[in-house]
Design a protein around this ligand. Structure first.
Ligand SMILES: Nc1nc2c(c(=O)[nH]1)N[C@H]1C(S)=C(S)[C@@H](COP(=O)(O)OP(=O)(O)OC[C@H]3O[C@@H](n4cnc5c(N)ncnc54)[C@H](O)[C@@H]3O)O[C@H]1N2
Ligand code: MOO
Length: 531
């Protein structure tokens, strides 16, 4: 299977051509005012915070529980730079540089305009799905054994009638006309086996005769019904067959084309190839299936403060996203390259974005307006088309979606805070990849939430939850989990879904929309799942 296309030529870089929608292009005035705390922040949820979150779901205040007692979202707060992070070497840029993330006024303006441009959460998901569907899919013809877990690139159309001949549904006797019937022998050289499956057309059955027949064998011409062996009595001495019940014409005969006619559409394009689909495909005459190639994703992890191994030290922290994103996407059936840690090197980022031959590039970190947050400036520099620049969702609001070049890879920029990155994965990357993979949008569903969950005043919140089966008196429900702050993974690691909490929140006992986590519904045959 050769799915990788040869690497594309490096794209030409349109210098100083900010894409439409960049905050630098906004006509909004920079107020020049001091940074202010956004009124619409939502607090990190540690134990005891956020009304109604079940303390049973966490061990209660412990070491770490006091870490996130304050807000972590204020627009006026400086981005969480680790003390160990080195300056990027761009610090002497002139203030007039419109792309400069180093000019504090530009940074504030970007933060402001990001809020102004934020796309509603549902709209952002729909837009990402549409973007994915609009890309022309690459396809791959695979033998049945290799097609499992893939997606059909074309409808599965029957290549034959099913069944392809009139066939007996039971072991017994095939009869012609009303009984009793004369027993026929000799069809099989006198062995008395009768008509067996897997043979050519049997001799026509004369009216008034009966002959043994096996399940799956061809019905002879003139055969009018099949009588199950347990419903008939063969009087060998008289050479006659008697039915014990009334015989209805056509009984226990599966007529040719009962399930489908050749040319009938059995399944639409976009169907995931499950074991049952493989069985149906084989029955319908297929040796190979045309499938949509798995989308290919490059993962670029940004941040000088990140360690690949060992314990945090000297302001450096472990990269929590590199180990998470690949397996997360593979659980969705995506092909993912090993994460590349680029630090906060603007040039390395530009080079990686202009040379990727993936369908989607995912970056982590660097989406905000900090001194070394290079994502927006580099996208502006290469003239990328911004489709989503900020989403009205908490956590994760700085997430973005662009197309790097027309017909080229998409880019999803995930915020660096780990749960914010998860939010971006589910809001933008997942629907985009489903579109690229030719899959239908997942139907959302709603479940009763056990506890009240506070809402954000304006934005959607995504809150880790765990499903609980219904007991005798109560229905199935979800329990919201603690440790759901933007920088925390403890809640999501214990979760099997995310509740979509609308502005204003949800009351205990009401229904809330749930996004499944891919491993909660992962198909065990999906290649690469958790490997
Ligand atoms: N002035 C403003 N500052 C910030 C805003 C804002 O609106 N105005 N939004 C905040 C929000 S919300 C988020 S989320 C972050 C997004 O920032 P970036 O995408 O630029 O991410 P970084 O600054 O690089 O990192 C943020 C945070 O996450 C840590 N991090 C980054 N990558 C990883 C990783 N791979 N594994 C673990 N942790 C990671 C990083 O050390 C920072 O602590 O911006 C806020 N600021
Ligand atoms: O901390 Mo931010 O809201 O999570 O994206």
């Amino acid at each position: 299977m050769v799915e990788r296309q040869p690497p594309r030529e490096p794209r030409s870089v349109a210098q100083s051509q900010p894409g439409a929608g960049f905050s630098e292009q906004s006509p909004r005035q920079d107020s020049g005012s001091a940074p202010h705390r956004s009124p619409d922040h939502s607090p990190d949820q540690g134990p005891g915070q956020g009304s109604g979150l079940d303390p049973v779901q966490s061990p209660g205040p412990g070491p770490g529980s006091s870490v996130h007692q304050g807000t972590d979202h204020g627009a006026g707060r400086s981005p969480g730079r680790a003390p160990g992070r080195q300056p990027s070497g761009h610090s002497s840029a002139p203030e007039s540089d419109p792309d400069s993330a180093r000019d504090p006024r530009t940074r504030d303006r970007r933060a402001d305009t990001q809020r102004g441009h934020a796309t509603a959460w549902g709209e952002a998901r729909a837009l990402a799905a549409r973007a994915g569907r609009s890309a022309s899919p690459r396809t791959l013809r695979l033998t049945l054994d290799r097609a499992i877990g893939r997606v059909l690139a074309e409808p599965l159309t029957a290549l034959t009638d099913l069944p392809s001949f009139d066939t007996s549904a039971m072991d017994g006797w095939v009869v012609a006309g009303p009984g009793p019937w004369t027993l026929r022998r000799g069809e099989d050289g006198g062995q008395g086996l009768g008509i067996l499956a897997g043979h050519g057309a049997p001799a026509p059955l004369p009216d008034g005769d009966a002959v043994r027949i096996a399940t799956g064998a061809r019905i002879p011409a003139n055969g009018t019904a099949v009588i199950r062996s347990e419903h008939a009595h063969a009087d060998e001495a008289k050479g006659l067959l008697y039915a014990q019940n009334q015989v209805v014409p056509g009984q226990d005969i599966r007529p040719r084309g009962q399930e489908c006619r050749s040319g009938d559409q059995l399944l639409p394009a976009g169907t995931v190839v499950t074991p049952a689909v493989l069985g149906l495909s084989a029955a319908a005459g297929y040796d190979e299936l045309l499938t949509v190639s798995r989308p290919r994703v490059d993962v670029l992890v940004l941040g000088d403060e990140l360690l690949a191994t060992g314990l945090p030290h000297d302001g450096l922290i472990r990269d929590a996203l590199g180990p998470m994103i690949g397996p997360w996407l593979r659980a969705m059936g995506v092909e993912v390259s090993a994460p590349r840690r680029l630090g906060d090197d603007r040039e390395a980022l530009r080079h990686a974005l202009t040379t990727s031959d993936a369908d989607l590039v995912i970056t982590t970190g660097g989406t905000a307006a900090g001194p070394v947050d290079h994502v927006h400036p580099v996208l502006a520099e290469i003239g990328a088309e911004l489709l989503v620049d900020g989403v009205a969702v908490r956590p994760g609001h700085p997430m973005l979606l662009t197309r790097l070049t027309s017909g080229g890879p998409y880019l999803v920029g995930l915020p660096g805070n780990p749960l914010a990155a998860v939010s971006g994965l589910l809001t933008l990357a997942e629907p985009l990849l489903r579109g690229l993979a030719g899959q239908a949008v997942e139907d959302s569903y709603r479940v009763v939430v056990r506890d009240e969950v506070q809402g954000h005043p304006h934005d959607t919140r995504l809150v880790p939850v765990v499903h609980r089966v219904g007991t005798g008196s109560g229905p199935e429900h979800v329990v919201p989990l603690h440790y759901n702050g933007p920088a925390m993974l403890r809640g999501i690691a214990a979760a099997d879904g995310l509740a979509v909490v609308p502005p204003g929140g949800v009351r205990s006992g009401t229904e809330v929309e749930i996004l499944d986590l891919p491993w909660a519904s992962a198909t065990p045959w999906t290649e690469g799942c958790f490997t």
